[in-house]
Ligand binder design. Structure first.
Ligand code: CTP
Length: 410
């Protein structure tokens, strides 16, 4: 099925607000508008003043069959173009092309044109398709702005690699119109009631950090926030699975429909997870489990002395490896957080722990790993690698759930 057909299924009757900014790629917005219209969507176009230099309002008005909006009011008759009602009208606001300048303004809340004020008041999902020179795209300022926007829920259709208007070649070329239309279609489809594709499946998710007591006051732990695991548990439950979330200590709310089992130490997590696995169809091992724990826990608070203090640690049991031994036909997904030789380490964990696939995070990637709301991961299985762009943790959870669905359909 081509992307336009896929988009067509979910775009019929939808209200799409198409934002166009001043980039050479603006010519592709004409094709995008056509695709959206052909798929049955109603389209209104809002342009920045500079965008008019790149593609004419006449072209866009003809294609969208609606007058183009550029100014806050119509200079001829003074009629007010309400950014609030535009934002309310839209089911999705797609800004394509989005220049580095517009992305920076969106990230900082600048509201000096109609396209931006509409962004600030929009309640619908917002999608941006960046288009710029490769160095502008790679610049830390642009990357930081994109991370800020992703954290606030904006979806990005990543630019492609290829020939750029500057004559250079690299990443920055706006995604093709068909890809953007299909992305919007999938997004709106996913916003409808989730399809209960995992009904009848029992899944376990481990999440958060474990806490290994040294004495009644101190402990050894790590920086895991649990956000990724909670997002996965919520997504699997939203698709109809019966989910047991074995969770280290966090302040996160339990996602709807999920049963949470609270644990503290690696040993407690092992017992709870292994027991639940008996009746499960699979597990996602997202917790950051301590590999070592104090050999003995002092019953009273340790008092400081003059010299050094040595704490003897023993190995904890590996939960994932144990489930890997028992798994049979069940599904097992692992995580690997690495700082060096990422692929090789992840590959060896995939084999050693008998995972169906492993989700690799590199701490070297900005926007990946602990605490934040974004993640940049690579899926690795026995057939190869799939590197995903920077996504919100919720979107990563959706991609993981998609893969789990495919594994069940084998
Ligand atoms: N894991 C687990 N139980 C443990 C240790 C790890 O279930 N005691 C799981 C994690 O949840 C993750 C995967 O195993 O899915 C990889 O964990 P990681 O700590 O990165 O790997 P280790 O095998 O502990 O290797 P190392 O510490 O050497 O990186």
């Amino acid at each position: 099925m081509d992307s336009a057909t896929a988009a067509g299924r979910t775009l019929a009757g939808r209200h799409i607000l198409l934002g166009i900014t001043g980039s050479i790629a603006a010519y592709k917005a004409a094709m995008l508008c056509r695709l959206l219209k052909t798929a049955g969507a109603e389209v209104q176009v809002v342009m920045t003043p500079l965008a008019k230099q790149f593609i004419t309002p006449l072209t866009m008005a003809t294609l969208s069959k609606n007058p183009i909006l550029v100014e806050f009011f119509n200079p001829e008759n003074g009629a007010w173009n309400s950014h609030v009602s535009l934002g309310e009208w839209a089911d999705c606001y797609v800004i394509a092309p989005a220049t580095a300048n517009t992305l920076a303004k969106m990230a900082t809340g600048v509201a000096d044109n109609l396209l931006l004020t509409t962004y600030l008041s929009a309640r619908c999902p917002v999608v941006v398709a960046p288009a710029m020179d490769l160095d502008m795209y790679a610049h830390p300022a642009t990357q930081q702005n994109l991370r800020t926007l992703v954290e606030r829920g904006v979806r990005i259709v990543e630019p492609g690699d290829g020939e750029l208007a500057s004559g250079l070649s690299g990443k920055g070329r706006m995604a093709e119109p068909g890809e953007i239309a299909a992305f919007v279609g999938r997004l709106l489809d996913g916003q409808d009631e989730k399809k209960k594709t995992l009904t009848g499946k029992r899944l376990i998710v481990t999440a958060g950090a474990t806490i290994e007591a040294i004495d009644p006051v101190r402990f050894i732990s790590n920086h895991s926030s649990g956000k990724m695991g909670y997002a996965i548990a919520g997504e699997l439950a939203a698709r109809g699975a019966e989910v047991t979330l074995v969770s280290g200590r966090t302040a996160l709310p339990v996602p709807p429909g999920v049963e949470r089992v609270d644990v503290l130490s690696a040993d407690e997590m092992y017992d709870a997870t292994v027991a639940a696995f008996d009746k499960a169809d699979g597990a996602v091992m997202c917790a950051a489990v301590a590999d070592y724990t104090p050999e003995s826990v002092s019953e009273t608070k340790l008092k400081k002395g003059d010299g050094e203090l040595f704490i003897r640690l023993r190995r904890t049991r590996d939960i994932a490896a144990e489930l890997g031994r028992r798994k049979g036909e069940r599904i097992l997904v692992g995580f690997a957080l690495e700082t060096d030789h990422e692929e090789a380490h992840a590959q060896s964990k995939l084999e050693k722990k008998n995972f169906d696939f492993i989700v690799l995070n590199s701490l070297r990637d900005a926007g990946a790993g602990f605490r934040g709301d974004t993640n940049k991961v690579t899926f690795i299985d026995r057939t190869g690698d799939e590197a995903l762009p920077l996504l919100s943790k919720q979107e990563v959870a959706e991609r993981i759930a998609d893969r789990i669905e495919r594994l069940f359909a084998r």
